[in-house]
Ligand binder design. Structure first.
Ligand SMILES: C[S@@+](CC[C@H](N)C(=O)[O-])C[C@H]1O[C@@H](n2cnc3c(N)ncnc32)[C@H](O)[C@@H]1O
Length: 290
């Protein structure tokens, strides 16, 4: 069993960037009102407690979602993201009351973000291999017949049921990259997935670390997306001695909504200013339109 637990990192700068992009993609597609399928190849636990256990050992969320939580000057898409996390922190059914921000105690994983945005009954396939996270996912989603929690490998699981029915789908591929083979598996799986279903929207997260595989991943993915792609990277932390550490992260989207570039062009400078941990904090935004 792998050691990675997302609870240590929930709500950090990388989750902010990834979930901001996920929300924008899902809102755009859900607004079309047509049937859609959601696949999370590396789902995590679905939700995280920030006030205890693993999250308190690292307190990474404080310099991620925590740095945005009470700000009044957020660009619209970031205000939308923070409002969604605030809803996750309210007791079920309690409406938002203007001017009252709930305490930040919980953070939604990507499956919860998707379920909050997609119409009830939208088929969701959630792959996760860590037994403890599988149990938490099942507890979160067990009663929802549209949601399948699959305790198996997400790369093979995606392709085992591809192309999807209906023929509209969003895939989030968010490995921990604990194994060097993850970089190659992301590219190989997406190559096959796009060959079978070129119209899908595929979102890939990757870490900005001092590894050639990480540096080259986005370039390798551009070759898979002749119809259009977007690449956003947010670098927040200074390089550490010996080249270790997570400097930031990137998100690559194949077939992005045409609105995403302008939205991120507004949000990334703000995120650099609020989440940057040193003077060299930076961002990159590039795309190829359809
Ligand atoms: C970065 S976390 C996912 C976070 C989640 N997508 C979110 O945004 O809230 C990566 C997860 O992938 C799981 N994992 C690792 N290898 C896997 C595999 N081959 N198939 C499915 N899940 C895997 C890990 O246990 C971990 O929970």
């Amino acid at each position: 069993m792998l050691a990675y637990r997302h609870a240590f990192h929930a709500g950090n700068h990388a989750d902010v960037l990834k979930h901001l992009v996920l929300i924008q993609v899902l809102r755009y597609l859900a607004a079309k009102g047509k049937p859609l399928r959601y696949v999370d190849t590396h789902a995590g636990a679905g939700g995280y407690k920030l006030k205890g256990g693993q999250a308190q050992q690292t307190v990474e969320y404080r310099s991620g979602i925590g740095a945005l939580w009470s700000r009044a000057d957020l660009p619209a898409a970031l205000a939308d993201y923070v409002a969604l996390v605030q809803t996750f922190n309210r007791p079920e059914g309690e409406a938002a009351v203007t001017g009252q921000t709930p305490p930040l105690a919980l953070y939604p994983g990507s499956p919860s973000v998707a379920r909050m945005l997609l119409p009830a009954g939208t088929p969701m396939r959630l792959f996760e291999t860590h037994p403890a996270d599988v149990r938490t996912l099942q507890a979160h989603f067990g009663g929802d017949r549209a949601v399948q929690v699959l305790p198996t490998d997400g790369y093979a699981g995606l392709l085992a049921n591809w192309p999807p029915t209906p023929r509209r789908a969003v895939v989030l591929m968010d490995p921990s990259y604990e194994l060097p083979r993850d970089y190659g598996a992301v590219v190989a799986t997406l190559r096959e997935a796009v060959a079978r279903f070129a119209q899908g929207v595929y979102i890939v997260w990757y870490p900005q670390v001092a590894k050639v595989e990480a540096r080259e991943l986005a370039r390798r993915l551009t070759a898979l997306a002749p119809a259009g792609w977007l690449h956003a990277r947010l670098s927040v932390a200074p390089p550490q001695e010996g080249g270790f550490g997570l400097l930031g992260s990137g998100v690559f989207v194949l077939n992005p909504p045409y609105t995403l570039h302008a939205t991120l062009a507004e949000c990334l400078p703000y995120l650099k200013a609020q989440l940057g941990q040193h003077a060299g904090a930076d961002f990159l935004l590039e795309h190829k339109a359809d």
